[in-house]
Design a protein around this ligand. Structure first.
Ligand SMILES: [Zn+2]
Length: 336
């Protein structure tokens, strides 16, 4: 299965707006890195909504139908979840590990290509994945805890994020039934809370880090993710393009007392090192670890010569364990 990605332009990224969907003219990869053979045509050219839905209001932002959801549809996702269904929104509020979060599904432009069950699954994903990622990275710069996801039949390919607002093309999950973790990737952009390319070694780290988290924090231990998405090997031939390098660095060299990826996140968030000064940034990130004193280019060579860099991370069927995860219990290293 071929991988797809999209190069994000500097102008777009500078606005803290993360477009992770595939662009028709891009021949190289992008953010969600979702399944291959994506048809942008089907997304952009077909405008027929399923016949059972009637959108006949004068103002299309106000749907003429009652949302076909009840609060009970979301029972059991987490203890104490409050759910309100009103207008075109489903608003959920809850507490995980002492932190209050909310997720609002905005369905004013939803034409039911994404099924009700898939929206319930996206809700589960939010409550499972966002607090876990927040617990590790969100406190660094007080990232937002109130997030919205618009599921909308619109003219972009997959998904994108601006601030706390995630946009998911209604047709994406209609055609790619289990690519739920594209939203794990988008949630990372909310936690990044506006990284500035000028203070990253490579602007591409915005997308690489989002996919590193997508791999690590994928819903249900990767049950869906690993059958439809993989780490980009061997195309990722330097650290600018490599998600797997981040996974390797974290797996072998982060410790409970010296979390290298949390330090990476912190350095990226504090705008402390302009791109040209990232030798100093890496020195700070690697300090106190087994890699202290090593040049980052030498560390890359260590990585590329490892079997970790080569093992297959994608599986044929949902729930199977990949070669990589069979050899290395990467997600098991996450204690909580
Ligand atoms: Zn992205």
């Amino acid at each position: 299965m071929k991988k797809i990605s999209v190069i994000i332009t500097a102008a777009v990224m500078a606005a803290a707006l993360f477009s992770c969907s595939m662009a028709e003219d891009d021949d190289k990869v992008s953010g969600t890195g979702s399944v291959a053979e994506v048809s942008t045509e089907s997304v952009t050219e077909s405008s027929e909504a399923p016949s059972e839905i009637s959108i006949s209001t004068e103002d299309e932002s106000i749907p003429s139908f009652r949302l076909p959801f009840k609060a009970e549809d979301f029972d059991g996702i987490i203890d104490g979840l409050s759910v309100a269904v009103g207008g075109s929104d489903i608003i959920q509020k809850g507490t995980v590990d002492g932190m209050n979060y909310s997720i609002t599904f905005q369905l004013g432009k939803w034409h039911r290509y994404t099924s009700n069950d898939q929206i319930v699954t996206l809700s589960k994903l939010f409550w499972q994945c966002y607090p876990k990622m927040y617990k590790r990275f969100g406190f660094v710069k007080g990232s937002p805890t109130d997030v919205s996801i618009a599921v909308e039949d619109d003219d972009y390919a997959i998904s994108w994020t601006s601030g706390t607002h995630i946009h998911l093309n209604d047709r994406w999950l209609g055609e790619n039934k289990t690519d739920f973790d594209c939203i794990t990737h988008e949630l990372v952009h909310v936690i990044q809370n506006g990284w500035d390319e000028a203070y990253l070694e490579y602007g591409a780290y915005i997308e690489r880090f989002a996919d590193y988290c997508r791999f690590l924090y994928a819903m249900d231990n990767g049950y869906y993710n690993d059958a439809c998405w993989d780490l980009w090997t061997p195309e990722e031939n330097n650290r600018e393009t490599s998600v797997r390098f981040m996974v390797w660095l974290d797996y072998f060299y982060s410790t409970p007392d010296n979390d290298l990826m949390k330090k990476f996140f912190t350095v990226c968030s504090e705008y402390k090192y302009p791109a040209a000064e990232w030798d100093a940034a890496w020195t700070e990130i690697l300090s106190g670890s087994e890699l202290e004193g090593h040049d980052i280019d030498d560390i890359w060579q260590m990585y590329t010569s490892s079997d970790f860099a080569k093992l297959k991370s994608e599986v044929r069927n949902e729930g199977e364990v990949s070669e990589l995860l069979n050899a290395y219990d990467i997600r098991g290293k996450l204690t909580d």
